[in-house]
Design a protein around this ligand. Structure first.
Ligand SMILES: *Cc1c(COP(=O)(O)O)cnc(C)c1O
Length: 356
């Protein structure tokens, strides 16, 4: 069945809850906008998507995703330009990535007219929920769940695709202290490291809890064979500036999530003539660069944090401190450049922002 955007049924709330939100005191992930979108997949086809008031849902205890983790998600943001018009940043890239996750997890692909047109209709309806303050945005969370009521292990046949949204206030980019992990492994070739599958995050909680107790903020994962080549950080891709060159792990081994922010950062740097190398980078190379005084900057990139500077990297007993973040040219420039495009302050030469 082909679904076009006019086929989205919309049931509006009787009264918006927006007045309950204090725009000067937004706690990310605590408030959800008035509406949500739900599309059902059954009998081999997507049914007509529905936008309805945000509500709790009930499931049989035998529902597949509770037991076997057939669940994937995405993270997108909408911003408001100076005239108050919503701009969604690169949603087509999230749509394509969600479908790559879906394929690997034996879930159906979500058609464009549900993912993109559904998101547009939802953001249009809840546009008042996009905060206008500096660095504020509306976080958009599309996700998909396997919902067969069957506790046998087999790929499911019924799925739900859902979008909810949550206002996000200014994200304070406190520089982070990173622990280079060489005991626990996040991803290996042939696995699901390249997907935004729920299990990738569940499995990271225990190792993260351990390093937080030791005083670090996040883990930099290394490869599953030699525990030597760096992969990524929690929910961010990683970049290093070494001797004037920018280096980031390549995403060709199925082990690293192809971040939309990562891709944007590489494009902006290359536009500017900066050399960006996408290749395997070992912790030995990073340590050697640090010893020679060539490790200039290190930062994470992701939709939530945008650019997160790393002030220290710890590998075994070696705590590598970086120069003061205020002096970093690349990360600070990128942060401003990205924000200018996202908020429509600067011409979007790549066609990244989607206007409603
Ligand atoms: C979401 C995520 C990222 C960042 O991707 P963006 O598209 O830039 O938000 C990086 N790594 C992992 C593991 C992630 O889940």
């Amino acid at each position: 069945m082909s679904v076009s955007s006019k086929d989205i049924s919309i049931t509006k709330v009787e009264k918006s809850r927006i007045s309950e939100l204090d725009p000067s005191d937004i706690h990310f992930g605590m408030n959800y906008s008035d509406h949500m979108l739900i599309a059902k997949y059954e009998n081999g086809a997507w049914q007509k998507p529905e936008i309805m008031p945000f509500h709790n849902m009930t499931f049989s205890p035998a529902t597949t995703f509770f037991h076997y983790g057939q669940a994937i998600f995405e993270g997108v943001k909408a911003y408001k330009d100076a005239d108050g018009n919503p701009l969604i940043f690169r949603p087509y890239d999230n749509w394509k990535r969600m479908n790559r996750s879906a394929e690997r997890m034996a879930m159906p692909e979500v058609p464009e007219d549900i993912f993109i047109d559904g998101m547009r209709a939802l953001i249009d309806l809840d546009r008042n929920w996009i905060p206008v303050g500096a660095e504020s945005s509306l976080y958009i969370r599309p996700f998909m769940l396997a919902v067969d009521e069957f506790i046998g292990v087999r790929p499911a046949e019924k799925f739900l695709f859902i979008i909810i949204t949550s206002p996000a206030g200014p994200y304070y980019n406190k520089p982070v202290s990173i622990y280079v992990q060489d005991q626990y492994v996040r991803a290996f070739p042939g696995g699901i490291g390249f997907t935004k599958a729920a299990g990738n995050y569940g499995m990271s909680m225990y190792p993260t809890m351990q390093i937080k107790k030791m005083g670090y903020d996040q883990i930099l994962w290394t490869d599953g064979f030699e525990h030597k080549y760096v992969q990524e950080i929690g929910t961010m891709n990683v970049f290093f500036v070494i001797g004037g060159k920018v280096i980031t792990p390549d995403i060709t081994h199925d082990t690293i999530l192809a971040g939309v922010t990562r891709n944007s950062v590489i494009a902006l740097l290359r536009d500017k003539g900066v050399i960006v190398e996408e290749r395997m980078i070992s912790i030995d190379e990073i340590e050697a660069a640090h010893k020679e005084g060539k490790l200039q900057e290190a930062f994470g990139t992701g939709t939530a944090a945008s650019i997160a500077p790393i002030y220290a990297l710890t590998y075994h007993d070696d705590k590598m401190e970086l120069p003061p973040v205020e002096t970093w040219e690349t990360a600070n420039w990128l942060k401003k450049e990205l924000a200018d495009i996202r908020y429509g302050r600067k011409e979007d030469t790549h066609g990244w922002t989607l206007k409603l």
